[in-house]
Design a binder for this molecule. Sequence first.
Ligand code: PLP
Length: 422
Amino acid sequence: MPKKVFPLSQEKLEEIIRRYPTPFHIYDEAAIRKNLRRLFKAFSWAPSFREHFAVKATPNPYILRLLAEEGAGADCSSLAELMLAEMAGIRGEKIMLTSNDTPADEFQKARELGAIINLDDITHIDYLEKCAGFPDCLSFRYNPGNLVTGNDIIGQPEEAKYGLTHDQLIEAYRTAKERGVKRFGLHCMIISNELNANSFIETAKLMFHTAVEIKEKLGVSLEFVNLGGGVGIPYRPEEEPVNLEYVGEGIRKAYQEIIVPAGLDGLAIAMELGRAITGPYGWLVATAIHEKKTYKDYIGLDACMANLMRPAMYGAYHHIVVVGKEDAFCDHVYDVTGSLCENNDKFAIDRKLPEINIGDRLVIFDAGAHGHAMGFNYNGKLRSAELLLKETGAVQMIRRAETLDDYFATLSFDGSEFGAKK
Ligand SMILES: *Cc1c(COP(=O)(O)O)cnc(C)c1O
């Protein structure tokens, strides 16, 4: 059985395309729900486990709502993301604001929603107190610097802009406690798109030791540690997914060894997974509209990097299947391109694929997280629609495609002037 599966038959896909022309993103509700249940099960040993889904991965309230129905909350890092969580019916401490370089209106909105606020810097204590006041539960983002190594996307922690140093962290809890904050959490995210399960267990250990240190030095018993997101997905067919049960079990052992003897039993475990929840269960569907042969063979799609930026931005691999030719020999080599006037607008370079004809539908895999979300309008490109394949088999449009009117909506030909010389 192929490891990468698209949940729609060719016939059903064509039926959808008659109604919603390509390109579009489509998400699989049943698979997303099942995946989230698996995460909760892997951590069912914990006195309390919370998943604050990273809204930036798939910022659509329909997706957020179905995740919330399974028990997830939201991790927000902008005003719009806080509002999306609100639209999805997520409230209070189900929301965590993990933002950086944070403007006042975000802190104010987070307070209005009763969210947990996670500060990215020690100076934000004053800023938050002045502009919004403290929330019931305050958290700090820890950057352990050279105590650990990061990975490609986030880079080395010491070079990363996020979080407080170790000494700042201790100082921050002390200061906030003096100013009357009573409930605290700790956050750390140092890796992104990581497939090595052990690195999450190592991060958890570091966090647990830090929780014990905070207890010993300041008498503060943290309510939770938030291990952040960063669980990778197997973009390449030969890669293996992170074994969540193994991660859960490894973290359980560390909890028994570090947290329980320190009298911190009851400490909740939180995560902010985005990619690992929705990534594999969203696809970008496009149509081949041109074939070009020069020094290389190109297939031009009706989608471009405005619909899925990861290949162009990170050189990321996204698996591609030509619908109806799943079992054909991959005896052609193509660059699969979009139409942006940027030479890196390529979904694949030198990819072995079956022969592609104009009109063929191409399915680009693992576009469920950081896919549509990273869309943009450069070159006048419009963002595509998002569809949800529901558990009933029905297809629901959960975001329409942008139109030229949307694109032109912010132009102003009659804007008033000021400041001309008299
Ligand atoms: C991006 C981000 C996440 C989600 O990362 P994934 O790789 O999608 O799991 C979680 N927390 C923070 C603070 C982030 O910036």
